[in-house]
Ligand binder design. Structure first.
Ligand code: DGL
Length: 263
């Protein structure tokens, strides 16, 4: 049976792999992290679309039966384009996260945080408004969060100071639910709760994405029934860096990451 393909700009998409493996342990996974060209969050839409098409083509060479776009920036800026360009089912992270947020909010005030590209695209706002026009959305870009997480700075004072600054508009808007609209932000849940309060609902779309993938595979009758799936990891540069960081996102070490010369 063919594997599930997953791609991200780098290492953050492993938060989605973690949930896929948890929910679909029999599935094989081929992961591609575009570490040569990360970060995507500050790139133009045209560039993100071009990279995304190339990454999808790379996964298709591995005969994947579904592509999971485990990157918020790509899902926000390039999903319609790549969905129209390929026949394989393609799942992004925006709709699952938006659905869960609309379901979770009690006061109809939702915050969205993400990269500059994700926030500029307004993809989450559009999706939320489609689901429930009454929900008021406050969205802010938090560009320094990605390097903090990659440096392993998850609780330092400086992170708290920066988080207070970024999250001020969400506090003022009295949101009760916040979409963690970037692969890296689930690792900053503690700091975000320190700023917005313990009772804030933090939406991490990885779980919902895995549920959606399972539903599609089941509907199309292409779920794998083997007992133990295998994950393979490919990057476009620096496999050592990827291996070093992978454990933080996946919750277990990753070995034998392969560098591909071109995507
Ligand atoms: N994976 C990206 C996202 O979820 C964050 C890193 C980047 O900017 O490439 O938006």
């Amino acid at each position: 049976m063919s594997p599930i393909g997953v791609f991200d700009s780098g290492v953050g998409g492993l938060t989605v792999v973690k949930e896929l493996v948890r929910l679909l342990p029999a599935e094989d996974i081929v992961y591609f992290g575009d570490t040569a060209r990360v970060p995507y969050g500050i790139k133009s839409k045209e560039t993100v679309i071009r990279f995304s098409v190339e990454n999808t083509l790379f996964l298709l060479k591995h005969n994947v039966k579904l592509v999971c776009v485990a990157c918020n920036t790509v899902s926000s800026c390039a999903l319609p384009k790549i969905k129209n360009s390929f026949r394989v089912p393609i799942v992004g992270v925006i709709s699952p996260g938006a659905r869960e947020a609309v379901y979770a909010t009690k006061n109809n005030r939702v915050g969205v945080i993400g990269t500059k590209g994700t926030i500029k695209s307004k993809a989450y706002e559009h999706e939320i408004k489609k689901l429930d026009p009454k929900v008021k959305v406050t969205a802010v870009a938090c560009p320094l969060f990605v390097p903090f997480v990659e440096e392993g700075w998850l609780n330092q004072d400086v992170v708290l100071t920066v988080a207070k600054h970024y999250l001020k508009p969400l506090k003022e808007a009295k949101v009760d639910t916040v979409i963690l609209g970037c692969t890296h932000y689930p690792l900053l849940k503690n700091v975000i709760k320190k700023v917005l309060g313990e009772n804030i609902n933090l939406i991490d779309s990885a779980k919902q994405v895995a549920i959606e993938v399972k539903k599609i595979l089941s509907d199309e009758e292409i779920l794998n029934s083997r007992r133990c799936g295998r994950s393979q990891f490919f990057v476009s540069d620096n496999p050592e860096w990827f291996e070093e960081l992978a454990g933080r996102f996946l919750g277990k070490p990753v070995k034998n990451v392969r560098k591909v010369s071109s995507v």
